[in-house]
Design a protein around this ligand. Structure first.
Ligand code: DQA
Length: 143
């Protein structure tokens, strides 16, 4: 079964981007770790990043026919995007929201997530290990 892992804006610069908050791992490192764990869990990952809200919406729409679950770090769109929430509301599979940092410990504008209204689970503040925790939860849910 395929799990779509979606990453929103500025996560392409992970590793270089505010490393005190987001850590030293690059997005390529995260992708490699997810692919390795997926292998152990007998899952396949389709790992993507976009800085474009519309592209993320299109990928979520397409996942209705191809993915057993979606792990999403919507990045800044977490706090702004009704369009991403609406797309996820049309999706029938499991959805897990991941944030590298603990958004609740940060500025007030990061405390609200539109995506959490749809997410089956939310992981925040576990660093990039949050993606691996989310994958394990997906495997658990899919039995
Ligand atoms: C983030 C938290 C968001 O508030 C921020 O805009 C990001 C990354 C995280 O992974 O901690 O870009 O989603």
């Amino acid at each position: 079964q395929t799990i779509l892992i979606l990453n929103g804006p500025n996560l392409n610069l992970l590793g270089a981007r505010e490393p005190d908050i987001y850590g030293a791992q690059t997005l390529q490192d995260v992708e490699a770790a997810c692919a390795a764990l997926a292998g152990e869990l007998s899952l396949t990952v389709d790992f993507r990043q976009s800085n474009d809200e519309g592209e993320l919406v299109t990928w979520i729409q397409q996942a209705r026919n191809s993915a057993a679950g979606i792990i999403i770090n919507p990045a800044a769109y977490t706090h702004t995007s009704v369009a991403i929430l609406d797309a996820l509301n049309m999706y029938d599979g499991a959805v897990i929201e991941v944030h590298i940092s603990n958004i609740h410990k940060r500025e007030a504008f990061r405390h609200h997530s539109y995506v959490s209204a749809r997410a089956d689970g939310v992981i925040a503040g576990c660093g990039t290990n949050g993606y691996l925790l989310a994958l394990r939860q997906m495997a658990h849910r899919l039995g």
